[in-house]
Design a protein around this ligand. Structure first.
Ligand code: NCD
Length: 333
């Protein structure tokens, strides 16, 4: 890999002014919720993410985080979130402790508590990325940890780093965020990516949000009330046909079988939406389709050939955004 100093224009970190005093610096902070990010902090992360993209395209990586170790502790399955954090750390020259193949192989299976597991990992690592099935688990871990915790999904709660990469993708694809019409579809009740992205979008001007879901999977009332209080234009419907022609972004999500207490309810709604090439003919020519993935049938494979299908570009952006976040939290950006 090329060395850092061969890219002075982008990565002359000695010359960069760190915004330590204006609330933008993430150095040493946990990342638990999107509510921590104001618009200045968002544009800071997006600028750094763009730099990371250029770094990867030009040099593959650098040694910025050499000597640092990241622990990835995943109590729920993951492909993209875990792999992109690992790739991000590797591309910045750092080391990783990957507990991502199922905590059944760690002492968690012997009954070790989350606080004890966290207090153990922080003896080895400078930063811990945590995914857990319970809402609030990342906050609990952060209360015990001396090193920063990054929330990689806490049950049906939040998934802040996914929302950052989602917003970065919208900006890359469409050039702006203010004024957009965003339709979110699928499991809006349990979908933590939807919850986090919605909260971020609230900060932008003249956003209109359309929520498409079956009745039992509607957006949580508290979040809906927050949107209304903020004056965001919102509408709910069951039918994707009501939104397809006007949307600038169609954000599709999986119906999350594992979050249903009653399997019968899951069976009733599991196949309720399918994005087809036929449906795509009714969408705007510059609309984009996004999905946090994995998909389980809600977007037909033939849609992948449509240039408006942005979901794999979105996956790649996840690595750049997580590179930027790791560097920022470890005080290197
Ligand atoms: C999502 C998640 O885990 O919340 N996936 C992801 O992180 N990219 C969405 C899902 O599991 O459906």
């Amino acid at each position: 890999m090329e060395q850092l100093q061969t890219l002075p224009r982008l990565f002359d970190y000695d010359q960069m002014t760190l915004k330590k005093d204006n609330g933008n610096s993430l150095t040493g902070h946990d990342i638990l919720s999107v509510d921590q990010f104001d618009r200045d902090a968002l544009s800071y992360i997006f600028t750094r993410s763009q730099e990371m993209r250029e770094l990867v395209e030009r040099a593959g990586g650098c040694d910025l985080l050499k000597g640092y170790v990241l622990a990835c502790l995943f109590y729920e399955p993951s492909t993209r979130t875990s792999a992109s954090f690992i790739a991000a750390m590797e591309r910045l020259g750092g080391g990783i402790i990957p507990i991502t193949q199922g905590v059944q192989f760690s002492s968690v299976s012997k009954g070790e508590s989350l606080p004890d597991t966290i207090r153990t990992l922080e003896q080895y690592a400078d930063l811990i990325v945590l995914r857990h099935p319970e809402i609030g688990a990342a906050k609990l871990a952060a209360d015990y940890a001396a090193v920063p915790i990054i929330n990689a999904g806490d049950g049906a709660g939040e998934h802040p780093t996914q929302a950052l990469l989602d917003l970065f993708t919208i900006r890359q694809e469409l050039g702006h965020i203010d004024g957009l019409k965003v339709a979110m579809l699928g499991d809006l009740r349990y979908g933590r990516t939807v919850h986090s992205l919605t909260r971020l979008l609230m900060q932008y001007e003249d956003i209109s949000l359309r929520f498409v879901s079956p009745d039992i999977l509607r957006l949580p009332m508290a979040l809906m009330n927050q949107l209304i209080d903020r004056g965001v234009k919102v509408r709910e419907t069951h039918d994707v046909a009501d939104v397809i022609e006007h949307a600038d972004v169609l954000y599709v999500t999986r119906i999350q079988k594992e979050r249903f207490a009653d399997p019968k309810q899951y069976e009733e709604v599991k196949d309720c939406y399918e994005i087809t090439t036929e449906l795509m003919t009714r969408a705007k020519p510059n609309m984009i389709v996004m999905h946090p993935l994995p998909r389980v049938g809600e977007i037909h494979y033939r849609v992948d050939d449509d240039p408006r299908a942005a979901y794999f570009r979105q996956v790649r952006n996840g690595m750049y955004v997580r590179m930027a976040l790791l560097a920022a939290v470890l005080g290197k950006a």
